[in-house]
Ligand binder design. Structure first.
Ligand SMILES: Cc1cc2nc3c(=O)[nH]c(=O)nc-3n(C[C@H](O)[C@H](O)[C@H](O)COP(=O)(O)OP(=O)(O)OC[C@H]3O[C@@H](n4cnc5c(N)ncnc54)[C@H](O)[C@@H]3O)c2cc1C
Length: 451
């Protein structure tokens, strides 16, 4: 006999935890189901520990920039404080007691286990079954996708989940996958002394971003001694008990550790979506602009394929909470979706790339400026690589996309995100006052270059 509650939330990552907590605080009877750790991928295996790693690696890089600019410094990398900080401050040693208590403290009911839809409004977890009066929210995120490369299965390769638990930086690291996750790990471990090779099947790193961003990262990686093999599909993997070999066209590569960062996958069949008439073989749950996937059914975050970012999951959470509580508010709008690759230089992007805009049939004008030629970039000197690129809808006279690469590139991007989101006319942006000498002042030069 199913137990009646108001709402069942399956998966308590950043999106699910937020929905469940807010609805519980609003006085609804909410059951939150989590099979692993409340908080999800982001705090335990992704954003938070990796950005602690990035922060540590950037400190090393800044230390190495002292000679010639501020005296002398000897930089001796030590992974131990990074590993300690990830355990003590980010993950509580991969223990979610604080997060569970937080949810229960808001009035939610927590169930540990794997939830599965068993019909409209119905979710089973172990031998319990719940029937939701108001609705079910699917928030189960994604798992690392591991490609079927012959020989890979059964070897002790890492995904992001093992990499953030590293207690030492490997002496040499092979990395399959040159997307955002791959390049962040590559630079971190290289700065901690690992000899790193990035293997990417496509012809450039961070291939979803502007080609200028790919070229910039490739140039910086070459200068830092990171080997990049683009256009190179891994054909086979071998592990001889201590070292990995990845077979590639154009020469095999070997290393002490292998990290696979080739994207994410969902398993909708395991989630029982066919019991409510959804396609279990689909790559994502199809949702409308209120995140509705069917009557009394919502889905959010990575699971929806709308952008695998914590800020997307939390944005979705807000819309779902309003929808369930019957409150007004705008529907989902992805025009100004921001994303940041936390390399050094940081790549901050919002909205459409030039290629995506042209593909959408938009008449495009672009503007570009190099950061080293801006006043602040010139003053900054060591570590000043970067650029700003703007993508304008020439017919409407508004920005529809932008990339800001450089020191604090993700922060500079925020100004451009406001322009894209608010559809601020380019003519108005041209006559704004940009503080001197900031990195964001380079936006003015990029605007002047629009053609
Ligand atoms: C290495 C790495 C770095 C990243 N860095 C960033 C970053 O800097 N900024 C950013 O915005 N994003 C980043 N991301 C992406 C970000 O982690 C995800 O977009 C975000 O965690 C998605 O949130 P979610 O709520 O959709 O799902 P998840 O965080 O994946 O949470 C889903 C939860 O559901 C649980 N679950 C799954 N199935 C079931 C089930 N059947 N029953 C019960 N529970 C279930 C899972 O155990 C999990 O806890 C990064 C990702 C990776 C891999």
């Amino acid at each position: 006999m199913a137990e009646q509650v108001d709402v069942v939330v399956v998966g308590l990552g950043p999106g699910g935890e937020d929905v469940a907590g807010r609805l519980a605080e609003a006085g609804l009877e909410v059951v939150g189901i989590e099979q692993r750790l409340v908080g999800g991928e982001c705090p335990y295996f992704a954003c938070v520990p990796t950005k602690m790693m990035v922060r540590a690696a950037d400190l090393l890089a800044e230390g190495r920039r002292i000679p010639g600019m501020a005296g002398s410094a000897t930089v001796q990398p030590d992974w131990a404080p990074v590993a300690r900080r990830i355990r003590a401050e980010a993950t509580d040693d991969w223990n979610d007691k604080v997060a569970v208590d937080r949810f229960v403290g808001k009035g939610g009911r927590f169930v540990r286990g794997s939830g599965r839809l068993v019909g409209p409004g119905k979710v089973a977890v172990g031998d319990q079954e719940f029937e939701a009066r108001r609705g079910v929210v699917l928030a189960t995120g994604t798992e690392p996708a591991v490609p079927p490369i012959p020989g890979l299965a059964g070897t002790p390769y890492w995904t992001n989940r093992e990499a953030v638990q590293a207690t030492a930086a490997p002496e040499s690291l092979l990395l399959i996958g040159g997307g955002a996750v791959g390049v962040e790990f590559a630079q971190v471990f290289a700065r901690f002394g690992a000899s790193v090779t990035v293997i990417e099947a496509l012809d450039r790193l961070v291939a979803v971003e502007e080609p200028e961003a790919s070229a910039l990262i490739a140039r910086v990686f070459a200068a830092e001694g990171i080997t990049v093999r683009t256009g190179a599909a891994a054909r086979e993997v071998r592990h001889d008990g201590s070292r990995f070999t990845v077979m590639l066209d154009g020469g095999d590569v070997t290393g002490d550790q292998l990290l696979v960062a080739t994207g994410r996958r969902v398993d909708l069949a395991a989630l029982g979506v066919d019991s409510v008439g959804l396609d279990a073989a689909a790559p994502a749950v199809v949702v409308d602009d209120r995140l509705r996937a069917g009557p009394g059914l919502w889905a959010l975050g990575d699971l929806t394929g709308k952008g695998a970012f914590t800020h997307v999951a939390m944005y979705h959470a807000g819309i779902i909470v309003r929808d369930i509580l019957g409150e007004n508010g705008p529907p989902a709008d992805y025009r100004a979706l921001p994303r940041v690759t936390f390399t050094d230089p940081e790549i901050g992007t919002v909205g459409k790339t030039e290629a995506a805009a042209r593909q959408a049939g938009i008449r495009v004008r672009t503007g570009h400026t190099e950061l080293p030629s801006s006043a602040r970039g010139w003053i900054h000197k060591a570590g000043n690589d970067g650029f700003i690129k703007l993508v304008e809808d020439a017919d409407r006279g508004v920005l529809i996309g932008a990339t800001s690469a450089g020191p604090a590139g993700g922060e500079v991007m925020a100004a451009l995100a406001v322009a894209v989101h608010g559809e601020v006319p380019v003519e108005r942006l041209r006559h704004m006052i940009y503080a001197y000498p900031t990195f964001h002042r380079a936006i003015e030069a990029a605007l002047a270059d629009l053609s």
